[in-house]
Ligand binder design. Structure first.
Ligand code: GTP
Ligand code: MG
Length: 222
């Protein structure tokens, strides 16, 4: 998968970051988009998002990643936050069992607010702190399997698996949506379109404004 800065894209994917406070959501985002990490990150206030354009399967995909606080008091923004999302990174901290136990709670919230096609990757972050590990890789893998989630351990600090986690999620979203599109239209439709030289579009949110929590935030990204 490669990256490019162009403003032209075939698809726009909205991905949400969720998980308890201080598990490392904001640092995973800044590592992915800007290759930056901060030891002194403050708790996120409200909603932020950042974009990155990737190329997968010869398609240019603009990925808009939304980030919000893991704290209870920001629950009011929930519906707008999830609207239009096609993927989620559900993050816990491998040194805090409580953040792993709360993964079920985050899954229920996802199910309440999103469609079934949403692709979810469970992320055990802070893998660099292996001496403080409280959640084994095995139990997280079992949980992920039982709940139909992809799973990866990452370190935003060491830049381990961060790009891999985002890229795997993006590829999976692409393939899920492509499959859905084929099922909806049927092969004959696609063959006809291809023979006419028409590049069919996946049915994802490709309009910029559908995905924006606050249209006045245009300057922030995308
Ligand atoms: P909220 O915005 O409150 O929901 O928190 P968050 O999930 O966005 O966490 P954030 O990215 O702000 O990180 C919380 C703390 O964990 C910060 O001090 C980070 O420096 C630290 N941190 C994040 N990722 C890692 C990591 O991979 N390894 C280590 N050792 N620390 C990390
Ligand atoms: Mg944050």
């Amino acid at each position: 998968m490669s990256y490019q800065g162009s403003d032209e894209y075939d698809y726009l994917f909205k991905i949400v970051l969720i998980g308890d406070s201080a598990v490392g959501k904001t640092n995973l985002l800044s590592r992915f988009v800007q290759n930056e990490f901060s030891l002194e990150t403050k708790a996120t206030l409200g909603v932020e998002f950042a974009c990155k354009t990737v190329v997968a399967d010869n398609k240019t995909i603009k990925v808009q990643v939304w980030d919000t606080a893991g704290q209870e008091r920001y629950k009011a923004i929930t519906s707008a936050y999830y609207r239009g999302a096609v993927g989620a990174l559900l993050v816990y901290d491998i040194t805090r069992m409580n953040s792993f136990e709360n993964v079920s709670k985050w899954l229920s919230e996802l199910q309440d607010h999103t469609s079934q096609e949403l692709v979810v990757m469970l992320i055990g972050n802070k893998s660099d702190l292996h001496n403080l590990r409280a959640v084994s890789r095995e139990e997280a893998e079992i949980f992920a399997k039982e709940n139909g989630l992809f799973f990866m351990e990452t370190s935003a600090l060491n830049n381990k698996n961060v790009e891999g986690a985002f890229n795997d999620l993006i590829s999976s979203i692409y393939h899920v949506l492509k499959k859905k599109s084929v099922e909806e239209y049927g092969d004959s439709y696609l063959n006809k379109m291809n023979s006419l030289g028409v590049d069919y579009k996946l049915k994802v949110n490709s309009r910029k404004d559908e995905n924006q929590y606050n249209k006045n935030d245009d300057s922030k990204c995308c």
